[in-house]
Design a protein around this ligand. Sequence first.
Ligand SMILES: [Zn+2]
Length: 344
Amino acid sequence: MAEQEMFSSVASKFMALYKERVVKKFREASDTRQLDALLQNNEFARTLFGLSQTLCTRYDSDVWQAKVLDTIDLESIYANVDSMEGSEDDYVDRLVKELLRYFKNDFFKWCNKPDCVHCGNSGEEMMGAGHEGPNSVERQFDCGIVEVYKCPKCQKMTRFPRYNDPLKLLDTRQGRCGEWCNLFMLFLKSFGIESRYIWNREDHVWCEFYSTNLNRWVHLDSCEQSFDEPHIYSVNWNKQMSYTIAFSNNGTNDVSNRYIVKNQLPRDQISEGDLRYLLKTITKRLRSTLNDNEICKLAFRDERELLEWVGGNTLMATKTRSAFMGRVSGAASWKKQRGEDGKS
Ligand SMILES: [Zn+2]
């Protein structure tokens, strides 16, 4: 007994010291000259830094979140969650599953090519006619580029503005993975669910939420109605990827190891040391206003996440419902062209 008491006393002292060290490391001012130099010399660092400035805190708007809750069918969502089997512990996990279902089945639509706004001709028939900049109305809704399609039936043009403003998407309710992920992130945040935006260098984006039940970050892809199937891209779709980075209001993390288990493209955009430094520096800034306990909690969480990947990744997705299934969202020809139909 005495031995055990001694052990726990040593352990708690060690823990206190360890916490102190973690907090001190986080509170240390980072060398801004090193960051400036990195941003000046490396384009990929600039890209990631720019993304962190737009994505990390973007969805924390009370006004935006209230608007989502006003727009969606809360009653049916909560009723569906209640009807799912489960305990109090996994309530949020069930809520997230229901939000995935609601978003894909009842709310948002995949848009490969838009239907003709003049004669209603199906999008399938529309012919691509290039890109344009946004007009003054479209520009109000954070629209970067406008795809233009010609209708073979009435010969008129239809515009497909790629909006980035989530409130506009609440209205248009259509798009591709960028629009899906953008609005679904706001959905999650509106329910107070801790979540982050996952950016992949090879043109795909999705989400993760932190499950306090599972004690880890969980992959979510709203286009695929996919819950905790991180290997669908590299295994099921055969997607080739180089970097996958998470952006949240309390950090930026390299989560490539969770998603890229095969078909790894060269990681040659930045040295691994510089990448770690960059993500850590952004993370420090995001956490600078947190108290010691919160800093420790998040630091331990980061470490636990890294431990998940030690010893190599197992192909978990092959055991899930979508094993070996290609991509669900998007037309067959569009997927084939991207090599994401799981057949290549
Ligand atoms: Zn038409």
